[in-house]
Ligand binder design. Structure first.
Ligand code: FE2
Length: 414
């Protein structure tokens, strides 16, 4: 089972550290996460870092500044009376959707913010980094647990934006006729080999949701019982080879395979293949972080919408698993490639678990207000930072979205 690894030692298995040990652990975690953001951005020029290719995506420079604002707004301002806001204009520019934290710049216009420039954002990051390090070193022992809990949210938040940094720049590069390369060495991890087919998920009542002392987002709670029907789940993810069969069989031209909204999207968007696939010299190629590459049949299909996943399942005579079925199967180790390749669409709407209530205040806006009209994805992807995912993790996107690293595995009822 993957587990949260912001801290080098899972809390549930570690003896309670001293305040000095806690300071050292959080300082190391903080530096590691902040460095990963910069490492991902380092492949990109200043021009690359200001582009916003659609409303759903954000510029790299904005991601680097927004995660910094999050730490300033929620960690430093409330907990360090000596902290000086780096620039009074920045909260308006780099607040994303926190209404309680004040007014903010329009999301579709993030790409128009050429000033502050990249150097200014680097200065903002350095200013906040130094302040957070001082806070970690100086926080009173009585306040440490509460303050480190906010820091922990800030680090997981930054990891989420690290994944978005990849998905958003890939979308931008895919609009560029020169097929830019983010990193020539980038490769899709290989799918696990071995017998394919389906495996029984034990039917009956199973506990679902986060358990233990390690970090989770509020949307993974409360842990609760779910009734699992007689269902089998695919060991493996659906591959590009299987998707090529779907295309060859006329999957994108057969309205009876599609949800009504899905078929409308196929027609409106002209979908004939997964996102970033295009014909070149008579064969399918896909835009990747390593540039335009021939489609390799073996890896799992990526960049498909919920609508496409659902249509494929219908084409195959199968279903998508529910998120509870997925979680039970993953906890029992029944499925291969649960993590690190592609997020997996489930047939579950993104809804609050029984008894869930979002927290008061601005941080309560983190997840709860998005629990409508979206579908849950489980697992993690090639773009997810190491240590970010866990078995109870709930990702969520709107059904037409396909710029994320999204794929599927099938389920069948028995
Ligand atoms: Fe954010």
């Amino acid at each position: 089972m993957a587990r949260s690894a912001i801290l080098p030692v899972p809390r549930s298995t570690a003896a309670k550290p001293s305040i000095g040990e806690s300071r050292a652990l959080w300082l190391a975690a903080f530096r590691r996460v902040r460095a990963e953001t910069e490492a991902r951005a380092a492949h990109l020029s200043a021009e690359d870092q200001i582009v916003q290719s659609m409303e759903d995506t954000s510029p790299t420079k904005w991601h680097r500044a927004h995660v910094t604002w999050f730490l300033e707004q929620f960690l430093l301002v409330p907990n360090d009376s000596s902290y000086k806001i780096f620039d009074e204009r920045f909260p308006f520019l780099f607040n994303s959707y926190y209404v309680a934290a004040g007014p903010r710049h329009a999301r579709p216009q993030r790409g128009l913010i050429t000033r502050p420039n990249g150097g200014d954002v680097a200065g903002y990051r350095a200013h906040v980094d130094a302040a957070v390090e001082r806070l970690i070193a100086n926080i009173a022992a009585a306040d440490a647990e509460r303050v480190f809990a906010i820091l922990e949210i800030g680090l997981h938040h930054e990891q989420q934006h690290q994944e978005l940094l990849f998905t958003d720049i890939l979308h931008a590069f895919a609009q560029n006729p020169t097929d830019p390369v983010y990193d020539a060495a980038w490769q899709m991890p290989r799918a696990t080999q071995g017998p394919r087919g389906f495996v029984d998920v034990p039917s009956g009542i199973h506990a679902v949701g986060h358990s233990g002392d390690d970090f989770c987002f509020d949307n993974e709670t409360p842990r609760h019982d779910e009734l699992i029907p007689s269902v089998r789940i695919a060991r493996h993810l659906v591959s590009n080879a299987e998707w090529l069969e779907f295309i060859a069989a006329g999957g994108y031209a057969t309205p009876s395979l599609w949800l009504s909204d899905g078929w409308a999207a196929v027609q409106a968007q002209g979908w004939q293949a997964p996102g970033y696939w295009r014909q070149k010299d008579g064969s399918w190629h896909a835009m990747t972080l390593a540039g335009l590459k021939p489609v390799d049949p073996a890896p799992p299909v990526m960049h498909i919408s919920y609508y496409e996943a659902e249509a494929f399942a219908r084409f195959a005579g199968k279903h998508l698993p529910s998120e509870a079925e997925w979680e039970v199967a993953a906890r029992l180790g029944l499925i291969a490639d649960a993590y690190k390749l592609t997020w997996q669409w489930t047939r579950s709407a993104y809804l609050p678990y029984p008894g869930y209530r979002a927290a008061e205040g601005a941080l309560g806006e983190y997840n709860g207000k998005f629990m409508v009209s979206q579908m849950v994805l489980r697992g993690s992807s090639v773009a997810t930072p190491e240590g970010h995912a866990r078995v109870s993790y709930r990702n969520f996107f709107y059904p037409p979205a396909r710029w994320q690293f999204t794929g599927l595995r099938l389920a069948e009822f028995v």
